[in-house]
Ligand binder design. Structure first.
Ligand code: ZN
Length: 91
């Protein structure tokens, strides 16, 4: 009995596990930018959050992105990410 395993990702904010298609991916590009990655295909260190602003805000409040992506996000970075994230939710 061999089930095909789908790798699970974990939401940074709430710890929920699911396949990556169910999450929004945030990635730190090789250039050091932190961007929302709706395609899930960009190179770089990635982190996943549920497609809900609640989880996004929680991750921001607890500096989860900084820890997961090894960056130090400034307020304007967070603003930009939030806009991109909300746009990704609408698509
Ligand atoms: Zn979550």
């Amino acid at each position: 009995m061999k089930a095909k395993k789908t790798p699970l990702r974990t939401c940074l904010a709430c710890g929920r596990q699911a396949t990556k298609r169910e999450f929004v991916r945030i990635v730190r590009t090789p250039d050091g930018d932190v961007v929302v990655d709706p395609t899930g295909r960009r190179n770089g260190r990635g982190a996943y959050v549920c497609p809900s602003t609640e989880c996004f805000e929680k991750a921001v409040r607890k500096n989860k992105f900084d820890a997961a992506l090894r960056v130090s996000l400034r307020d304007d970075d967070v603003e930009r990410l939030r806009r991109d994230y909300e746009q990704a939710l609408e698509e």
